[in-house]
Ligand binder design. Structure first.
Ligand SMILES: Nc1nc2c(ncn2[C@@H]2O[C@H](COP(=O)(O)OP(=O)(O)OP(=O)(O)O)[C@@H](O)[C@H]2O)c(=O)[nH]1
Ligand SMILES: [Zn+2]
Length: 279
């Protein structure tokens, strides 16, 4: 009998498939190899539970390459506001790359407790801006809200070293650290190997065990595509339909920047990314 399931772990050619609340060890059907496709973590699949074989892979909504995970719903961008300082260039870059990969970016600001009142206000204003352009923004103290949001989703984390990713994970689920450590030990090697990918169950959702997006950069995005990863630019119709909002005349996006409708830092980063892509 064929049943719907989802792959939550892969170690070499061994897959762990979740069917409802049960877990099965499975192998992939031979025909996949001939067709040169292979099931990956996150795949929604059909499994033959009599033979413990994955027989069909459902269409993917997206696929990340490092780690290889399909059907990622959300990428949490963990953005430190102090130690290390807030890096708006990195934040906007991650938003663009994540959006380009058909994944929903979510921002989580950390370390607000280290800020002066004045700097806190700056973050509050930034939060308002990003929310206005349709991005969900949390503080890392809003654990209940974050848990609620994660429920039922596949989540990956992004953010620079020291931003507070591990700390957040531990607050979401204190047993998570132990789980990842145990598995690394059992395998006798680090967890960040390409042959071992796993989704950890957390707050009713799933989270990837790798930093995510470490290897992603703008290079997959073309100059023409970049502007579509800036959600707020879509509200403006420039004189030229193919306007890149750079040197063109009668550019409504540039007007909006001048009128303070679009955040100057967002626009500056857009231009920087354009230059980076064309290098
Ligand atoms: N004051 C303060 N410190 C925090 C907060 N979140 C994390 N930290 C501290 O910041 C340091 C780095 O946090 P981690 O959670 O290890 O950061 P990470 O993003 O996992 O870092 P990598 O593992 O290097 O990628 C640790 O000393 C944490 O205790 C916060 O909200 N406030
Ligand atoms: Zn324009």
């Amino acid at each position: 009998m064929l049943t719907n399931g989802q792959i939550i772990r892969q170690i070499s050619n061994l897959y762990t498939v979740r069917v409802g609340s049960s877990i099965y060890g499975c192998r992939a059907r031979g025909k996949f190899r001939q067709e040169k496709i292979s099931p990956v973590v996150g795949d929604n699949v059909l499994v033959d539970l009599d033979k413990n074989v994955i027989t069909e892979i459902k269409e993917r909504k997206n696929i990340l390459q490092r780690p290889v995970i399909a059907n990622v719903d959300v990428a949490f961008i963990i953005a430190s506001t102090k130690n290390p300082n807030l890096d708006l260039n990195l934040l906007d870059k991650l938003i663009s790359v994540i959006t380009f990969n058909d994944i929903t970016p979510v921002i989580c600001f950390t370390k607000l407790d280290l800020l002066t009142e004045k700097n806190k206000e700056m973050i509050t204003n930034l939060k308002k801006y990003y929310e206005m352009i349709g991005i969900k923004v949390f503080y890392n103290t809003e654990i209940t809200e974050i848990k609620k949001y994660i429920k039922g989703k596949i989540v990956v984390l992004a953010g620079q070293t020291g931003a507070g990713k591990s700390s957040l994970l531990n607050k979401l689920d204190s047993s998570l650290n132990i789980k990842t450590a145990e598995i690394s030990q059992a395998l006798g090697r680090g967890k960040h190997t390409t042959r071992h990918v796993e989704l950890y169950s957390i707050a009713g959702g799933y989270i990837a065990d790798t930093p995510g997006f470490s290897a992603l950069n703008l290079s997959d995005i073309s100059i023409d595509q970049l502007k579509y990863t800036f959600a707020e630019f879509q509200n403006y119709e420039c004189k030229f339909r193919n306007c890149l909002h750079n040197k063109e005349k009668e550019c409504k996006v540039k007007e909006a920047v001048d009128n303070k409708k679009i955040l100057q830092s967002r626009y500056n980063n857009y231009i920087l990314f354009m230059e980076e892509i064309s290098k």
